[in-house]
Structures are given as C-alpha cells and as structure tokens.
Design a protein around this ligand. Structure first.
Ligand SMILES: [Zn+2]
Ligand SMILES: [Zn+2]
Length: 386
C-alpha cells in the first residue's frame, strides 16, 4: 500500500477529551475501491485551516461528530481538513462518464456531502440536508497529500482567473457569500459584528454586492485594522462586557451606529462572533424592519435581551449555515474572478499576507509552531508537496 502524510486524530493513540492538536502521521493513501465509481482521488495542493479546525484542535467542538462517525465506520483514525485546492489524479468510471472529470483537472470541493434523497435535498435545499457528512469531520479530509471525494461535490476551478492560494479558500469565502445573500444588501447600511475570517470575507462581499456602508464591530485591534484595510468604512471597538451579566449589549454602540446611519440604525446586522453580548448588540443596533443574520456559533443557551424589541420592531432573523449547492459557488466564482472589485487581491494581500508565514508545508508541520501561526493568521494554509 502506498503511504502519504496527513494531519490526524487516532483514538488508539489519544483520548479525545484529554488531547489537543492534530498529529502528523504516515497513513495509507486512499484508493478507488469497489463502489467508488462516482469518486475521484485528488492530489491536494493547498488546504485552508478553518475555524472548525481550531475547534477540533482545542477539542471545543466536533467531538461527537468525529467520534460518532469513526465508530460508524469501524475505524479509529480521522484525517481532518475540508477546504482545498487540488488536482484530480484518478477518476472513477462514472465520475468521468457523468461529470466529465479527467486526471489533471483542478478542483475545489463543497465540504458538505449531501444525501440527495432526504426531504430538503429533494426540494433543492441541499445546504440543509438531513443526512449530510462533512469532509474532514465525519469522513476523511484534505489535510493530506491525497483525498478521495465524490465527484458531485467537486467545484472545477480556473487557475488562470483565480490564484491557487485564494482558490483554496473558496469554501469559507462561500460562507460569507451565503450569509450576505440572506437578504439584499444593495444600498444598505451593513454592520458586521466580529471580523474574524468569515467576518473579514463578509466585509469584502458586502462591499462587492453594493452595500452603501459597511461597519465592523470587533474587539481585536489586529482584526480591526484588517477590516479597515479590506474596505470597511468604520470599525468600532465594543466595550468590555459586564462580567456579572456577560450577555448584555453595549448601549454606546447603538448610539454610534445611529449617528453613522442618520439616526436610522443598521439595515442589516451580521452576527459572526458567537458571543451572547454580540447577538444582543446585533438586535439593538438594527432598525425597525431590519434583518439580523446569525452565523456565529456557540454551544449552549443564550440570553436574548429585550425580546419585546425583536418582535415589536419586526426584526427578521436568519440562521445561516454552509453554502447553497452550487448557487453560492457560482456567486463566489463571479466575485473572485472579477478582478475589478479588488476582492481577490485583497484576500491575497491582507488575509493571506501574500503567503508570508501564513503558508505552512505539511511535511514540516510542527504543532507548537503551528499554534503560533494560528495566532498570527485568521486563515493559515497548508501546502502539500505536490
Ligand atoms: Zn471551513
Ligand atoms: Zn439530504
């Protein structure tokens, strides 16, 4: 059996609850087996390190999905990673016949592998499939030299129009696109609460989609500076919360947003941090009849401050997950390939720092050094040998 390098968790070597990080291991290279007629083998060039992967790294999230899927498979080892750019090196018979893929094709992938037969899938709402699997969580992923993927999840990518490092982050960029399509942003005052990776992408997307003004709210000074470099009109620093009531909104923000919007308030607030106080900030700064897009994730209960206001102001709340398959990918491609909007170069220069120190070679992966990279960059990339 041919071998390859991969970032893994192995239940025979580690205990999920007491371990952290990912282990660089030599594992068997995937092959097209019986039943893989509709799959391909992709040689990975770049893989993006996601917020989900940070949750896995710290064991804050995904434990149930990882361990549950391993026991279903009768396996003990998971390869992580779900954002990629790679080259097809092997094609199942039906993957070629039905989808037209051939070795040498460049692809990214939708990370949610949907069932195609559940109620939502049959209604064309695959992004909320009842039986989805997630690459690199509930099936083996792309922090590896090779990955086996179903042809129907692949997204062909034209490297003459999108540089490979940016093409590797189409999937998370697509999260921001999907969030920004929850409601029409054209001509709107948009406030983005939390400018981590997806919030930073959302600054670019909201501008690219014609928002009148984009205002960030972000406690981290480095992320505030990045949001400004990406074109946010203002970025505000929220007051540190009350430790006794950490869910309470910052009343000063409402004043400032009101001033910046001629007394109206935000047309659209996009909550991308997952903090309870940020949710309440979003609800407080939004104008009557405005939209609140909820993307930030946190386990457990939250407190909604002044629920009365939500209803009496006719706020519209949208929970957003994943990407529309493949409508969001079409929009993602359009936004990235259109060099006139500056989005692609902004991602490369600001978020990926032109690749300087933000790209780590898989073969020389070191967990301690990588923790430092994770601190410095919202979106580190792994580079494979190929
Ligand atoms: Zn991701
Ligand atoms: Zn389904």
């Amino acid at each position: 059996m041919a071998k390859m390098l991969a970032l893994t968790f192995d239940a025979t070597q580690q205990d999920w609850d007491t371990s952290t990080g990912m282990v660089l291991a030599e594992v068997e290279r995937p092959i097209l087996d019986e039943g893989d007629e509709r799959s391909v083998i992709v040689e990975v060039r770049y893989a993006g390190f996601c917020g989900t992967d940070r949750g896995i790294w710290s064991r804050r999230s995904m434990g149930d999905l990882v361990l549950g899927s391993l026991s279903e498979e009768g396996s003990t080892r998971r390869i992580f990673g779900h954002e990629l750019l790679g080259t097809i090196v092997e094609v199942g018979r039906e993957a070629e016949r039905q989808y037209g893929y051939v070795p040498g094709d460049t692809v990214s992938t939708e990370s949610h592998i949907v069932c195609g037969v559940c109620y939502q899938c049959r209604r064309g709402e695959q992004h909320v499939c009842a039986n989805e699997k997630i690459i690199g969580v509930s099936m083996d992923g792309c922090f590896a030299e090779y990955v086996k993927l179903p042809a129907r999840a692949l997204w062909p990518t034209d490297l003459s129009r999108i540089r490979p490092e940016v093409a590797a982050v189409q999937e998370p960029f697509g999260n921001a696109v999907h969030a920004c399509q929850a409601t029409d942003l054209r001509g709107c005052n948009v406030v983005i609460l939390g400018t981590g990776t997806i919030g930073l992408f959302a600054v670019l997307v909201a501008k690219g989609m014609g928002a009148r003004q984009v205002i960030g709210i972000e406690p981290d000074p480095h992320h505030r500076e990045q949001a400004l470099r990406l074109g946010a009109d203002h970025v505000l620093d929220p007051a540190p919360g009350d430790p006794e009531r950490p869910w309470v909104a910052d009343p000063a923000l409402r004043e400032v947003i009101s001033d910046l919007t001629q007394g109206v308030g935000a047309d659209v607030a996009m909550e991308m941090s997952g903090f309870n106080s940020s949710l309440n900030n979003a609800l407080q700064i939004t104008r009557r009849g405005g939209h609140v897009v909820l993307f930030g994730l946190k386990n457990g209960d939250v407190v909604v401050q002044d629920m009365h206001r939500v209803i009496m102001n006719g706020l519209q709340l949208h929970g957003v997950v994943g990407r529309r398959i493949f409508a969001t990918w079409d929009m993602t491609r359009a936004l990235l390939e259109n060099t006139g909007n500056g989005i692609q170069s902004a991602i490369w220069e600001v978020i990926l720092n032109r690749g300087q120190d933000s790209i780590v070679e898989l073969a020389s992966f070191d967990p301690t050094r990588f923790e430092d990279t994770m601190k410095r960059f919202t979106k580190p990339l792994l580079k494979m040998a190929g």
